[in-house]
Design a protein around this ligand. Structure first.
Ligand SMILES: Cc1cc2nc3c(=O)[nH]c(=O)nc-3n(C[C@H](O)[C@H](O)[C@H](O)COP(=O)(O)O)c2cc1C
Length: 190
């Protein structure tokens, strides 16, 4: 058995990788000038079931932050593995400099409950309105109230995604992503 090393510089040694990989979503927002923007975010978490809510940590330097402050709605889109290159690219440029929707030919379709469209190629889209937020360090942690969820037919089961047919992008670090591998069942407690 190995001993433990205390990380000396939490920022430099990216302490948060102890909690990765983390499922990647693509946050689509409505921006000033009636444009839309898209950015990947792997710091996201389900927050409550009643009402349905999801939390996403958005760096206050991103254009997405500016867009959410302009229009407090978003679609949270779950990309499948075939979109890995595109998703990574969306996370390397800012909507301030590039119209990512046009540049990357992101196909958007109208949402049902919010005026921000969802990503047609995603395997799921959660439509949400900003419900509350909290500033934490460099990010604004948004709690979205989820108003509608669309999942791609044939892929979603009582256990969640059917990983024999699709996958999700778990973000490791930098360009590294992981796919979900094996399912293991815990023994029923006596
Ligand atoms: C896989 C991946 C996950 C990311 N997760 C987050 C995140 O959770 N929160 C965040 O603020 N930035 C995250 N980023 C960085 C933003 O996507 C990046 O800064 C992006 O260029 C911001 O775009 P925008 O300025 O158009 O909003 C992530 C990047 C990648 C590639």
């Amino acid at each position: 058995m190995h001993g433990f090393t205390r990380l000396k510089n939490l920022e430099e040694e990216k302490f948060y990788l102890t909690l990765h990989p983390s499922p990647t979503i693509v946050v689509v927002t409505k921006c000033p000038g009636n444009r839309f923007n898209a950015m990947p975010a792997s710091w996201n978490v389900p927050l409550s079931e009643e009402p349905p809510a999801v939390g996403v940590a958005i760096d206050r330097e991103t254009y997405t932050f500016e867009c959410l402050e302009h229009h407090p709605e978003a679609s949270l889109n779950v990309p499948g593995p075939e979109l890995v290159d595109l998703v990574y690219s969306m996370g390397t440029v800012s909507g301030r400099d590039v119209d990512k929707i046009r540049e990357f030919k992101v196909k958007l379709v109208d949402s049902e409950t919010v005026s921000v469209p969802r990503w047609a190629d995603a395997i799921a889209s959660l439509e949400g309105k900003v419900w509350k937020y909290m500033d934490v360090g460099e990010v604004r942690f948004y709690a979205f109230r989820i108003l509608a969820v669309h999942v791609r037919e044939g892929l979603y089961t009582r256990w969640g995604w059917d990983f024999s047919k699709t996958n999700i992008l778990l973000h490791g670090a930098g360009r590294a992503f992981y796919l979900v591998g094996r399912r293991v069942f815990a023994r029923k407690p006596k």
